[in-house]
Design a protein around this ligand. Sequence first.
Ligand SMILES: Nc1ncnc2c1ncn2[C@@H]1O[C@H](COP(=O)(O)OP(=O)(O)OP(=O)(O)O)[C@@H](O)[C@H]1O
Length: 572
Amino acid sequence: MRTVFSYLLPYKAVAIIAFIFMLLELTVELVQPLLLARIINEGILQDDLTTVLIWGSVMVGLSLIAFVSGILNSFYAGHAGQSTGFDLRNAMFKNIQRSSLGKLQPFATSSLMTRLTNDITQIQNTIFMGLRIMARAPLLVIGGAFMALLINVQLALFLFVTIPVLVLFLLWILKKGVHIFGLVQAKVDSVNHVVRENLTGIRLIRVFVRKAHEMQRFFDESDALKKRMIQAFRLMELTMPVLLLLMNGSVLLVLWFGSFQIADNSTMVGDVVAIVNYATRITSALGVFAMIIMVFSRARASALRIEEVLLEPDDELKESENKPTPPQLDGKLTFEHVFFAYEDQAKDALKDIHFQVESGETVAVLGETGSGKTSLFQLIPKLYDAKSGEIRLDGVSINQWNIQALRRQIGYVPQSIRLFSGTVRENIAWGVPDASLEEVIYAAKVAQIHETIEKLPNGYETRVGQQGVNLSGGQKQRMSIARALLRKPKLLLLDDSTSALDTKTEQLFLEELDNYSCTTLMITQKLSTARQADRILLLEYGEMVGYGSHDELLSMSPFYRKIYQSQYGREA
Ligand SMILES: Nc1ncnc2c1ncn2[C@@H]1O[C@H](COP(=O)(O)OP(=O)(O)OP(=O)(O)O)[C@@H](O)[C@H]1O
């Protein structure tokens, strides 16, 4: 909680101004019953119209002040809440961007999205409510009780007995509320998770005719959220009747004893009316508590969830910022007995990987699905860190360099292609925003996508992604390759990036790539592609089971021969 609310500190001055206006509004509210007593006792009961008019005008004047104070309080409270939320959201987003994939692994994407939006909104609302009514309610209770005491000690005692009971009851509600609202937020996550999966996989769902199943899944999650919300609201709904019951009981007692005191002239009607007035105001203030508790419980649950993501960036990443920038690399890559395991997995995804790629060479990485090909690629730009062993570029461990600078010299085309909303040109130049059109076109030509782009309605200025044209899987792949090539990488990593290209286009691309002076590692399932590489790296169950040219492997590796036979037939 503390970490989240420390983000309010820069807006201390705004919060204090909001608080002062709230105090002004509260003071007027506390003084009003006193004035009412005066109007009754000194004006109405004495038939003195002038006194009624004077104090009546004062009451109206004070009400106006309270009205203006209320508006100004809302204005400043809103400003403090929104600004704090804005800073929190930015900090969270920055931390997510700076965290290693390993650290983010425990969080589902949908959960991160809920935390960035819904949870932040809860905090914004809490700060607003806090400065608007949260502090006002307890102050009104204390102030109201104190003023009642000033008017008539004996009658005020009835309130003093009731208030502590009510406060204890509300604390119990608070404890339960924090727990239940924590569960509500977790359910919001689950619903978002299903929605996200369904929206991203909408085509698959239709093709596999899984609509009914997915609707049921959504219904179940949504129903579970509804039930949790109902449970939470039931708890809150319990508060008001209990409050009213106890407070009305004490008002009845005030009126009953008050009538005796009026009869024996030990008090005046106006005083009894004022105390009843304070009792009603205290009840409504305590009623506001119920709402506050709801907001606070949700905010507490949200704050905990936000704090989980306000992770300190990895020490290694932080350290890397002070490390030197690598010089222009030649692209010689060495893996020295590298072991790697995902954070939450006991089993190693890569075991004792040991090989070297000379600068400018092309190596094809071959292996069954799940054999660790992508994992191996992800270690090179340090998306994940090796458990042991060393990865070197030009003979220097990649850990020696500033990560950002190192990544700038690596071109990475991931397995799942992602285009961003924007034009074709912006998408290709995404990693080099100031690239000239000529450079973009050259990269597109090497990636064999230039002609396709030229045929688009606005050529390189055609919008893709949301509200733009749809591209085929192969076109997206080639755009993605062009994007990586534009950075003129010294090391190019292609994760199954030619899978959707037809043989002719793939061939043209590989020929163009030959003229490109960079070391290339390409994951491929096609032997026809792999055999054109200088060497082939064979992976099986995370282990390296072969490394050599096509001919070498054919004569030495039974595993390679098996793949060869399965793709080219027994005769071959
Ligand atoms: N983020 C992750 N967290 C935990 N385990 C993972 C993660 N990604 C992959 N794995 C596991 O690590 C192993 C290697 O996966 P990897 O993605 O590297 O295989 P791959 O050879 O690239 O497979 P494919 O050809 O299907 O893409 C698999 O057993 C996989 O289940």
